[in-house]
Design a protein around this ligand. Structure first.
Ligand code: 5AD
Ligand code: SF4
Length: 367
């Protein structure tokens, strides 16, 4: 089928593409077809969300991680990383800054830790943030795999969104990217647990992994639909030299351009397939091009997560190399972002939580 027909078909209603059709869109090569794909995705974003961007002030609360993913710079066995954990009061202070500066939402992210003291620590942090943020301040957690009870406790303490990427929906590829004791099945079960607790649930994958095929990426998009995700956070894979997967890879300009293009295509096809979910234009896009996140918005994304972690710690939270914004302070990052967005006709929804439309429309349908 030609690209224009497929785009029309996708626009009519969500999930109106087969696996082969998703694959066809991801495989588009001609400049004019790719531009038509981005335009169509942006139109759907405008229809459901308008020319608006929601912010999540991102706090990287600590880089201590019990896991050993082969691609990640803060994996447990990377001894070159200086490990840190922000204190409760540091985190609450940064959250207060985001609230006072009308970010509308916060995202707390860290390496994965499963123990009672970590659970209690975040419970306490969430309670403190809730005292000033009340229900007007969105809180997304990205703290990895946990038991159902832990998810429940954090929800009760004030969190209401949770982002847990599955990295890839393909079991064989997953096995190649992780040690044996890391389980895709458990990760997927965690997504169901999160849903059962009432979170707005986000997931995502890495894009352009060594050995990954476009057919696998097409299946990832179908997976997002099947699990009925409310939010999507995904980004291009970027090599890190202190990791098993990245140690021999060079981020040449050609490689960077390919990764960026594939990342943008994934955003666009996700928007075309899922319509009303929140989709983040992630920092990994910005690592590949200074205007990568803006390009992500124009391909259908509607969320940006500016890093508001104290700059002193940012260099120790490098999942991949070339992480942007390491030397910027939060105030200057914000100014720059506002200007860049105005240039592309997008406006920040200051002070709004920017919840997933999909989540609430789904709830309405259930009633
Ligand atoms: N390149 C891109 N993304 C990465 N992540 C981890 N390592 C890398 C990398 N080398 C992503 C994973 C993880 C999220 C926190 O960061 O998808 O879920
Ligand atoms: Fe830990 Fe996440 Fe990095 Fe894996 S990707 S090593 S779980 S921080």
């Amino acid at each position: 089928m030609n690209a224009a027909k497929l785009l029309d078909q996708a626009e009519k209603k969500p999930r109106n593409l087969s696996h082969d059709e998703i694959l066809e869109l991801l495989s588009l090569e001609k400049q004019e077809d790719i531009q038509a794909l981005f335009r169509a995705a942006y139109q759907i974003k405008l229809h459901w969300i308008g020319p608006f961007v929601s912010l999540r002030g991102l706090i990287e609360t600590g880089n201590v991680c019990e896991k050993n993913c082969y691609y990640c710079g803060i994996r447990k066995d990377n001894n070159s990383v200086e490990r840190y954990q922000l204190t409760e009061s540091q985190i609450v202070q940064m959250a207060r800054w985001a609230f006072d500066n009308h970010y509308g939402s916060l995202a707390l992210q860290s390496g994965e830790l499963e123990n009672e003291s970590n659970t209690k620590r975040f419970e306490s942090i969430l309670r403190q943030i809730h005292t000033f943020g009340k229900d007007d301040f969105g809180i997304t957690l990205s703290l990895g795999e946990q038991h159902l009870e832990v998810y429940r406790r954090w929800k009760e303490a004030g969190a209401h969104r949770y982002l847990l990427r599955i990295e890839t929906s393909d079991p064989d590829l997953y096995r190649n990217l992780h040690p044996e004791d890391h389980s895709l099945e458990r990760r997927i079960n965690c997504l169901y647990d999160l849903k059962s607790c009432g979170y707005q649930v986000g997931t995502g994958v890495m894009i352009g992994l060594p050995g990954q095929t476009l057919a696998q990426l097409a299946s990832d998009i179908q997976f997002f639909g099947d699990i009925d995700a409310d939010m999507i956070g995904m980004g291009p894979f970027l090599p890190h030299h202190q990791t098993p997967l990245g140690k021999t890879l060079q981020l040449t300009p050609e490689y960077a351009a390919r990764q960026l293009l594939l990342g943008l295509k994934m955003i666009a096809v996700c928007r075309l397939y899922l319509h009303d979910v929140n989709i983040a234009a992630t920092t990994a896009l910005q690592a590949l091009a200074s205007d990568g996140r803006e390009q992500g918005l124009l391909a259908g994304a509607n969320v940006i997560m500016p890093n508001i972690t104290d700059t002193a710690y940012r260099k120790n939270y490098q999942l991949y190399e070339n992480k942007p914004g390491l030397d910027e302070n939060s105030e200057s990052t914000r100014q720059k972002l506002v200007e860049n967005l105005a240039d592309i006709g997008e406006e920040i929804l200051w002070g709004k939580r920017g919840d997933s439309k999909h989540f609430f429309l789904k709830k309405e349908k259930e009633m």
